[in-house]
Write a protein that binds this ligand. Sequence first.
Ligand code: ADP
Length: 571
Amino acid sequence: MTIKNKLRAGISFLFLLAIICCGLSIFYVNRLSDDEKNILKDNYQSVQYTKNICVAVDAIHDGLSTPQFKVIEENIAAEERDITEPGEAQLTDSLRSKFETLKRTESNAPNVAELHLAIRKLSFGIMQLNMTAIEHKYAAATNSAKSATIILAFVGSFLFLIAFSFVVNFPGYIANPIKELTERIKEVSNRNYHQQLNFKSNDEFGELGHAFNTMTRKLDEYEHSNLASILFEKKRIETIINSMHDAIIGLDEKSFIIFANEVACTLIGLPEQSLTGKYAPDVAVENDLLRNLLVNDQHKMKIFADNRESYYAKEVLPVTSKDKVIGKVIILNNITEFQQLNDAKTNFIATISHELKTPISSIKMSLKLLEDKRIGEMNTEQQQLLENIDEDAARLLQITGELLDMAQVETGKLELNFGSTHPINIVDYAVKALKTTAEQKHVTLNVECDEHLPDVHADLDKTTWVLINLLSNAIKYSHEKSVVDLVVKIYKADEIEFSVQDHGKGIDARYLPRIFERYFKVPGASMEQTGTGLGLAIAKDFIEAQAGKIGVESEVGEGSRFYFTLKRVGN
Ligand code: ADP
């Protein structure tokens, strides 16, 4: 039976009990009322009639006969209509015959007194009969009232017990399964899926229990299959991370270490248990490498671990989820092999450049001697050839010089001779060096350098080299008969800015981010124009080594502006 029908049946049953109780009460009250009415109707009125007859007979005795006869007549007639008790009819008949006799008898006849007495006796007899009946009926009514009380009390108690057990048990019947279900749902929310409901009934609770048990079973299966696959994937990722040659450290958004692979543990010099789950800054207090990894922006790092020196490139990757940073991964890429190759290349370049410098210088020297007219006159063609060789030798010398500088920078052997110098000195050197080149191309050098500018803190040779390089490029990439502006001015209060602006072909915006890279040359330039692609890269190293900044602004067809800054003296 469904709960709905059970509820209906329960409430109907209670109503039925209440109706039974009321019906019984009404029945017994009616019965008592009927008994009372019967006593009144059957007997009490007969007593009243006979009493009236007696009173009237006594009155005859006093001499007033006619009205009394009327009273007696009426009461005997009423009594004749109200015969209810056994024997009452005979007594009433006798009363009637005595009264009829009395009516025919003269009032002074000798038997009148006797008749009076007989009427009185008969009336009294009827009265006695009815009084006895009243007593009997009263006793019977009292008895039935008592038994009604007992029956009603019994039925009432019985109904109360049923209603009480219904009131006590029925809420539990509804509430207990709901309570149990609530408890189980709480357990399920705590991921405890081994939950079963034992609702055996065939009602909605039974169905609910069955559905709940199916749900927990499915959840359990899902959880297990999910957990197993998650654990498997986790193991796979851990294995991949551990088998990598790069050191990998994962941090959460609060800088707690989530994982560190074997290479990272070896480099840091701590076992995995001492890292995983620890607050990284706490570990870094006693670990130099981790401190460097967390604090330093350094890209390339030299690390001594496992009894050897290795080079690592650091990369920090932020981990984001739904536009929110949830951690970061620090990767140390082992670049020792590349570094060794690079070192070998740099050494090779340095040796070759150095070795080439001497023969090129002697070629230049020999060319100078050849130009001397005392050795002998040359025809125009020979003269032209000599000039070409001289130009190529100069280019070779410049290239070897740049390669040497670059090797110096790369091997970290860059030595700076800092001193205080006025910007005008740097400008003069550079302008003098490029005067002829500019004149050959009819390019005007506009110099703007106030002599009241403060001194700069710089390496005079290296800075002049940079400015020459920028001016040389500006002239090289300018159109003939154009202007190159060299402006020196105060920048940001504590810095001096040197800027070289040309009005040449300019540089495409997409190449600007790579312009200071080693060996980078803007595609499309003619062979005569381009050099090694090292000039700007070396310039950047020279300026940054002096705590300055170097940059470029350019627009195709409009020209380029290269600038660098240096610290002014006194700051
Ligand atoms: P290079 O020896 O080839 O001139 P640089 O490092 O000095 O090497 O310059 C790199 C490249 O930048 C050049 O090949 C050239 O394409 C471009 N470049 C440099 N300066 C200028 C300039 N003022 N105008 C246009 N292009 C320039």
